[in-house]
Design a protein around this ligand. Structure first.
Ligand code: PLP
Ligand code: 3DJ
Length: 408
């Protein structure tokens, strides 16, 4: 029988990213496999926030908009995210939430394709993506069309203004072929908006390489920006001149401090700002993005694939009653694996009680995420061995494990 403890230790000893775990404040007793939902806390963040609060806010007061560079943080952090997604620095801005950025870019795309109203997506996409299309539909601006993953190509026709897809599926981890779908959409005259929430910081993304139009992504998952961190939005340079987004707030004005009555959009992605940026959230995001940029996408992707391949193999060998719904090929999936089981919720709670943190996605999926900057092979083996013990002991049947929490 394979000695998985030994094998995990061997892989950890050879792991070139192992040293980066010390850059996070993670309790050694916790195996944190939920960084795809909320990334871990970078060691440098508390001190950076202290400085932002005490010096920049407390001492610098309003002067810090200029003096500490607060006003330029959305563009600065956008520029730091750019190399992680194959973008140019001036094409990315950190702002608002993914949901709000989706609304802005769906609106922008519809205005660029007059005469077309259909926004095409897939059933089972992350709900906010579908709800944001519905929000435009309720105003009579869009028509929502859903097609299964394998039928996207045939659902593209000349009524489609925008194809909106999540690159890595939040539940299954399945990853779209971004280049092929972007090409297929463009062939029918549609624009493409990619939701990179489960991609950025974990899988290779080359937005300009594939010629995509728009993208949004999350700051609090693999970018480790903290709960409710600002998200980001990307617009290909070639669309900057025609960009008109519907949330025309004063911070996206060409001259916000001219206080004019009439709206005039700022050039480029600066127009995507709406209200005042949340500076403390920006400062925390800056630390998280800086860490990812220093590690570099290539080693992050390699480690992510190695972790999920190892876990997939060990789970299949040791806990065969859990059925994996993620693609078998590491290159065809993101950085998490999902397993279905009729008692997935209880299994997940029992795991958390043993300080192995994954999550549950209704109705029956146990999701294990592998944030490559800080997850170890030992963490992965621990998740599998604890699951085996939980099932063998019947521990998951304890009544407290079936009580549903508000947030899962
Ligand atoms: C694919 C995807 N899109 C969007 C969101 C929501 O982003 P936000 O909470 O920033 O609106 C999430 C997760 O929360 C997600 O997984
Ligand atoms: N944003 C979240 C939150 O505020 C609470 C709980 C979970 C989340 C999430 O990020 C969910 C996540 N997008 C997912 O893939 O399931």
């Amino acid at each position: 029988m394979t000695d998985w403890t030994h094998e995990a230790a061997r892989l950890d000893a050879e792991d070139p990213l192992a040293k980066w775990r010390a850059e996070f404040l993670l309790d050694e007793g916790v195996a944190y496999l939920d960084g795809n939902s909320l990334g871990a806390l970078p060691r440098a963040t508390p001190e950076r926030l202290q400085r932002a609060i005490r010096q920049e806010w407390g001492e610098g007061l309003i002067g810090s908009w200029n003096g500490a560079g607060w006003i330029g943080l959305p563009q600065k952090i956008g520029g730091m995210i750019a190399p992680l997604i194959g973008a140019q620095a001036h094409e990315v801005i950190a702002a608002d939430s993914v949901s709000v950025n989706l609304f802005k870019l769906i609106g922008a795309a519809l205005q660029m394709r007059p005469g077309r109203k259909v926004v095409l997506s897939e059933p089972g996409n992350f709900p906010t993506d579908l709800y944001m299309i519905a929000g435009q539909e309720a105003q009579g601006l869009a028509e929502r069309r859903l097609a299964d993953r394998s039928d996207i190509g045939s659902a593209l026709d000349d009524d489609v203004a925008l194809l909106l897809l999540t690159h890595v599926h939040y539940k299954t981890g399945a990853m779209y072929d971004m280049a092929a779908l972007t090409k297929a959409a463009h062939a029918t005259g549609a624009l493409v908006l990619w939701d990179l929430s489960h991609s950025v910081g974990a899988v290779p993304v080359d937005l300009n390489g594939v010629g995509a139009d728009f993208a949004v992504g999350c700051g609090y998952k693999y970018l480790n920006g903290g709960p409710g961190a600002p998200a980001f939005a990307w617009v290909a340079q070639r669309h900057h001149a025609d960009l008109r987004q519907p949330l025309s707030g004063w911070m996206g004005h060409a001259a916000p401090f001219a206080f004019e009555d009439d709206y005039a959009p700022a050039p480029g992605v600066s127009q995507l700002l709406c209200g005042t940026p949340p500076i403390l959230g920006m400062r925390a995001l800056e630390v998280g993005v800086d860490l990812m940029a220093r590690i570099g996408m290539e080693p992050l992707v390699a480690k992510s694939r190695a972790l999920s391949a190892f876990t997939g193999k060990v789970m299949a060998a040791c806990v065969p009653e859990l059925a994996c719904i993620s693609p078998a090929d590491p290159a065809a999936r993101g950085s998490h694996l999902s397993y279905v089981h009729p008692h997935a919720y209880e299994l997940c709670q029992a795991l958390i009680a043993r300080r192995v943190i994954g999550d549950f996605r209704a109705p029956d999926a146990l999701r294990l995420g592998f944030a490559p900057a800080y997850v170890s092979f030992a963490d992965c083996w621990r998740a599998v061995s604890e699951l085996r013990a939980i099932i063998d002991s019947g521990d998951w049947r304890r009544p407290e494990f079936s009580t549903r929490a508000a947030v899962t």
